[in-house]
Design a protein around this ligand. Structure first.
Ligand SMILES: [Zn+2]
Ligand SMILES: [Zn+2]
Length: 165
């Protein structure tokens, strides 16, 4: 097995490896994906099911219909996957990859639900890095960062903030 990509949830309780480069990476604007990722669209990276190896922890599932389910971290709530249990492939959500740049989308689905402001996103004014005008806030965040780093770690104890209430 050759690990091509790695990723995981925000708290680090669930980590995974992909043994295959995703194919037909797609933006999905459907209403279910909007809700499932709490954003205007999902970006889904399909791989064959045996190519997704959970390397730490365990996913929980919400069955969004009788034919589809969505994997997530029970501790921090990060959405991780979408799949049809009867299907051969599973879609990993691009934002959970350690290197999302390595899985660019090639097609869009669910366009009937696409938010009307999707087209203007690239033209919006913005800044980088976030909080560049507020170094104190940037320090407060970075010095207490409980997000798992963007690489595998031999040991990781999720912050108590990630534990179930
Ligand atoms: Zn988590
Ligand atoms: Zn969708």
């Amino acid at each position: 097995m050759t690990t091509v990509l790695t990723g995981g949830c925000q708290c680090g309780a669930v980590r995974y490896a992909l043994d295959q480069q995703p194919e037909n990476v797609h933006v999905c604007h459907c209403r279910m994906c909007q809700k499932a990722v709490a954003g205007p669209f999902a970006v889904i990276c399909p791989v064959m099911k045996p190519a997704l190896r959970i390397t730490r922890g365990q996913m929980a599932y919400f069955h969004s219909s009788n034919v589809a389910r969505r994997g997530f971290c029970r501790d921090c709530g990060t959405p991780l996957t979408f799949d049809y249990p009867e299907g051969d492939d599973v879609g990993v959500l691009v934002g959970t990859l350690d290197e999302p740049d390595r899985a660019p989308p090639v097609v869009q689905y669910g366009n009937e639900s696409r938010v009307s402001w999707y087209g203007i996103l690239n033209a919006l004014p913005g800044n980088a890095p976030t909080y560049e005008n507020d170094p104190a806030m940037l320090h407060r965040i970075s010095s207490t960062n409980h997000q798992h780093p963007d690489h595998d770690t031999p040991h990781w104890t999720p912050h108590p903030g990630a534990q179930r209430a």
